[in-house]
Design a protein around this ligand. Sequence first.
Ligand SMILES: [Zn+2]
Length: 70
Amino acid sequence: MRVEHKEKILNNAVIDPAHVVEVVCAHCEFDVAETDLSLATCPSCGADLTLKKSVGIQVTPLPPIFGSTM
Ligand SMILES: [Zn+2]
C-alpha cells in the first residue's frame, strides 16, 4: 500500500512536506493492500503478517522565491 501525502502549506510556509508512506510485509516486503491490513498472515509469504512502514520524503525543487514587489 502506498499513500501519498501532499505537502501542507500554511501562511506560505510548508508545515508538512510531501511524503509517501508505504506499508509492506516485514518479512518479504510484499506490498500489503489496504484491504489486506487485517489479515493474520501475509498473502505472499504466508508468515504472520507484520507490517513495516516506510516513509519517504519527496524531494521537490525549491519553490520559486516570491519577488519583494508583490
Ligand atoms: Zn510476506
